[in-house]
Ligand binder design. Structure first.
Ligand SMILES: [Zn+2]
Ligand SMILES: [Zn+2]
Ligand SMILES: [Zn+2]
Length: 94
C-alpha cells in the first residue's frame, strides 16, 4: 500500500523567507530545526526543539501539512495521515 495524503488540496504555500521560529523569538527561546505550515505559511520549530511550535500549530489550527525548510531538505509531513511526502523542489542538479 502506498501511503496517501488526502490533504494536498489544502497546500497553498511552499516556500518562505522567514528564517526564524517567531514564537520562540517572542519567548526569547532557541530552536533546533524549522518547519513551514503549507496551509498558512506559519514557521514553527520541530519536535527536537524544546517548544515544538510546528506540532503546536497543527494542534491549534488543524493545519495538517508541514515541510522542512532546512537547507537541502525537501520532505514534507502530514500530521493527520502520518505520511512523508516529497515537495519536488525544482533544483538544478548537474
Ligand atoms: Zn494528509
Ligand atoms: Zn518555536
Ligand atoms: Zn498553518
Amino acid at each position: 500500500m502506498e501511503p496517501v495524503c488526502t490533504h494536498l488540496d489544502q497546500v497553498k504555500i511552499m516556500d518562505t523567507d522567514i528564517q526564524v521560529c517567531e514564537e520562540c523569538v517572542k519567548a526569547g527561546d532557541t530552536w533546533v530545526h524549522l518547519r513551514l505550515c503549507l496551509v498558512c505559511g506559519k514557521v514553527g520549530c520541530c519536535d527536537d526543539s524544546k517548544n515544538r511550535h510546528a506540532t503546536g500549530h497543527f494542534k491549534g489550527t488543524g493545519h495538517p501539512l508541514i515541510r522542512s525548510i532546512e537547507p537541502g531538505e525537501t520532505w514534507a509531513w502530514c500530521f493527520v495521515d502520518e505520511v512523508e511526502l516529497e515537495t519536488e523542489e525544482e533544483e538544478e542538479r548537474t
